[in-house]
Design a protein around this ligand. Structure first.
Ligand code: GLP
Length: 267
């Protein structure tokens, strides 16, 4: 696992975007349309802003890219402003110029949710799998909506949200009671199939989760810790989110001494 510690959230976004751009360019070089896994939440917003800037500057072209969202609330009708389909449209698809038919979100309003979950797995497979997955992390260590005790090999399925996650996400709704109880989420096994994983986090509120994800034991109690088993996982955090890491000096030293070929070049 690579750990990159940045000055602030903007730099986190710039590094994450550079990483995604590198994967996209490598895919394009072999004539492949890149498949990007996208996350909702505040954490990846700076990444999307930085990606949009690269596109505007003519340094990146995602017009042929596909995107798969990690998750969706159950029961929010089409067009609900807090449905992840809408959030992804507003914060990712439009700013990056993705074609709407290539942007996929689990169908949390389906009559048959189990079938919708299976269909989502099939759609990811049919697209050739996710090349690079952008991830945030919940304050309890969840990734996607895989709450603590999620199977480390789980696939897309229905999950019940914890009270902590519903409270954390209440800021987007008029009250915490309006936050749905259930969701459809890619499983940890689904996320682990992505060829690269890039997790971003900023702020003190994420320091415990980052410590547990990066340096804690691999455990279903901290779902993001499964990334320790991923061969190409990069964790990009600001100083405050990194503040509880035991080996912080090592990560900084390692980054300063990276060979050029491993370095991600910022725009
Ligand atoms: C939600 C999403 C996650 C996201 C998490 C953290 O629960 N399902 O994918 O990582 O929120 O959100 P934020 O980045 O706003 O802290």
């Amino acid at each position: 696992m690579d750990v990159i510690i940045c000055r602030d959230d903007d730099e986190v976004g710039a590094y994450a975007a550079a990483k995604v751009a590198k994967v996209a360019e490598a895919a394009q070089k072999v004539g492949k349309n890149v498949v990007i896994g996208v996350a909702t939440g505040s954490s990846p917003l700076a990444t999307y802003t930085a990606l949009a800037a690269l596109i505007q500057a003519g340094k990146l072209d995602l017009s042929q890219a596909s995107a798969f969202a990690l998750d969706e609330y159950v029961g929010l009708p089409a067009g609900h402003p807090q449905s992840y389909r809408e959030v992804i449209r507003r914060t990712v698809a439009e700013p990056l110029g993705l074609r709407p038919e290539r942007v996929h979100v689990p169908d949390g309003f389906a009559q048959d949710l189990e079938r919708a979950a299976r269909d989502y797995e099939t759609a990811i497979r049919d697209a050739g799998g996710v090349d690079v997955q952008i991830l945030g992390v919940g304050s309890n260590g969840h990734i996607g909506f895989n709450e603590p005790t999620s199977s480390l090999s789980s696939r897309t399925r229905i999950k019940t949200l914890t009270a902590q996650t519903r409270n954390d996400n209440a800021r987007f709704f008029d009250s915490s009671e309006l936050v749905p109880q259930h969701c459809l989420t890619q499983g940890l096994g689904t996320i682990m199939d992505a060829r690269h994983c890039v997790l971003v986090a900023s702020g003190e509120g994420k320091a415990d989760a980052i410590k547990a994800v990066v340096e804690g034991p691999v455990t279903a109690m901290v779902p993001g810790s499964v990334l320790q088993l991923h061969p190409k996982a990069t964790v990009i955090v600001d100083q405050r989110a990194a503040s509880k890491l035991e080996l912080i000096d090592y990560y900084q030293h390692m980054y300063q001494n990276l060979p050029d070929w491993q370095r991600v070049v910022l725009a």
